[in-house]
Write a protein that binds this ligand. Structure first.
Ligand SMILES: [Cu+2]
Length: 495
């Protein structure tokens, strides 16, 4: 049920969303009547950049966005995209930022209040600096001054009275995936300096994305305008340790000291960072904490704008997985679940043994760009470096007589890519991670403890560990880091 607020904002009505509108504003202010995008026709005229033009024009035409500044921006972006693909992707550090160290994004989730009407106001900004990674500051576009927005929580049956205040320099809007509402009336663009209210009823329980839907949507989401809203089911939920996690991508352009969003990279789908709750690897440095045997509930949104998440907790299986967070969607015994861009899911798990359990998108190209966090269950075992290492496989061998090998991990290579050992002779490997990313060392095809490949624990930056194995047969064996299996490889020669 939508009720447009009686015009705070006369101007907004002029900029109303008109689905099916076929008029496009040009930067000159002139309007092109009867604009009917034809990819083929445009392609013939404009050449290779045309598909992108087509995509943006269709989007703009469909939504009928007529705001001059947005249109000018759109044309700039088209020019940018037409200028060619982005420069070869640079690898940025995934070491946590000073901001993430000082104040990691709070992933804990307080319960919803019992008020049947939830009045929520969010302020849009487009100049909020976010410390994505060490020495990488980014001009975020936000709801409420953080990327992502702080999670919202209501109960099924509540009425949400929502107000968007636009303190930004361009138009912004709010699209609640949890709402069933006429988007043309409710999700419309609000001009800078103005505000707009609408209300909706939280009918469907679960977890949903919300985001700015002002064209080009990819830019507004790519710059940070999104968050999670949880709608508790009417029947309630079992008590649990709850966390809200939003996966999203950053695409960087260098403008002075502070980075801005690179729309060309967004269109190419080549993110520089993929992160949990806005900052690279922040929960590796500051793990989320739970107790052994405690029910853990994770509300996970994939804000995109474009990547698919393959959500997984290393060393655990979800006792229940609910697509969109609706209890009616229950699946059990799930290790890894797909969360599409714009989608969400709720996961429940119980971890019996104390230890360090990383949560990742198992699309490892993305995990290695910052989408790794850690669930710290119980207190770290003695000997675990600064509490962030996984338990090393217990060694059943005395290591006194073992041959010692030292391996140093860097970002992203092994400092000793060639190792050698003798068949039948026990080897003790000491590994130290001198990089900032999460690494391990696994020797493929050489049995270690418990029938698995001989391997170290997953080690955070600065941590160290050790493991032993006794190679049975001569040969050459490849060792890799499971987090960086392409770049981090080496060879063990057994004579
Ligand atoms: Cu926006």
């Amino acid at each position: 049920m939508c009720r447009a607020a009686p015009d705070h904002n006369q101007d907004v009505s002029r900029h109303d969303i008109a689905p099916g509108g076929n008029e496009m504003a040009l930067a000159t202010g002139e309007r092109r009547q009867g604009f009917r995008p034809s990819l083929k026709g445009i392609g013939a005229v404009l050449g290779t950049g045309a598909l992108v033009w087509g995509a943006l024009a269709v989007q703009a035409a469909i939504v009928g966005e007529r705001q001059e500044s947005t249109t000018a921006r759109l044309e700039q972006q088209i020019a940018q995209v037409q200028a060619g693909p982005p420069a070869q992707a640079q690898r940025y550090t995934t070491e946590v930022s000073d901001q993430a160290k000082a104040q990691p994004f709070d992933a804990t989730l307080p319960p919803a209040t019992t008020a049947p009407v939830k009045e929520i106001t969010l302020t849009a900004t487009d100049d909020t600096i976010v410390g994505i990674a060490k020495d990488i500051n980014f001009t975020g576009w936000t709801f409420g001054g953080s990327v992502p927005a702080k999670p919202l929580r209501v109960r099924q049956g509540d009425t949400v009275k929502f107000t968007l205040v636009n303190n930004g320099k361009v138009g912004h809007s709010m699209d609640f995936h949890a709402a069933s509402i006429n988007p043309g009336a409710a999700f419309k663009t609000v001009l800078p300096g103005q505000s707009f209210s609408f209300e909706w009823k939280a009918v469907n329980p679960g977890v949903y994305m919300f985001h700015c839907g002002t064209p080009p949507v990819i830019e507004h989401i790519g710059n940070g305008m999104y968050g999670a809203i949880i709608v508790d089911p009417a029947e309630g939920l079992a008590p649990a340790k709850e966390f809200a996690l939003v996966q999203s991508e950053y695409y960087l352009d260098k403008k002075g000291e502070v980075y801005t969003g690179h729309v060309g990279k967004m269109m190419e789908g080549t993110p520089d960072y993929v992160v949990w709750n806005g900052m690279a690897n922040q929960y590796v440095a500051s793990p989320l904490k739970a107790d052994p045997g405690e029910l853990i509930r994770l509300w996970v949104v994939n804000a995109g704008p474009s990547q698919t998440s393959a959500f997984h907790v290393i060393g655990a299986v979800f006792s229940a997985y609910y697509p969109d967070g609706n209890l009616a969607n229950k699946q059990v015994g799930v290790s890894t679940a797909t969360i599409p861009a714009g989608g969400a899911a709720m996961f429940e798990l119980t971890i019996p043994d104390a230890g360090t359990y990383p949560f990742v998108t198992h699309s490892f190209a993305d995990a290695s760009k910052g989408a790794i966090g850690v669930l710290q269950v119980g207190t770290p075992a003695a000997g675990e470096a600064d509490g962030h290492t996984m338990d090393a496989p217990a060694s059943g061998h005395g290591s006194a007589a073992a041959v010692k090998l030292d391996v140093t991990m860097l970002d992203n290579k092994f400092a000793q890519p060639q190792l050698s050992a003798k068949a039948g002779e026990m080897v003790s490997v000491n590994v130290v991670n001198k990089g900032s990313a999460l690494h391990n060392l696994r020797i493929a095809g050489v049995p270690g403890d418990g029938g698995k490949d001989a391997q170290s624990a997953l080690l955070t930056g600065g941590a160290s560990g050790s493991f032993t194995f006794t190679p049975a047969k001569a040969g050459t064996y490849k060792f890799i880091c499971d987090v960086h299996p392409v770049e981090m490889t080496g060879t063990l020669t057994v004579k």
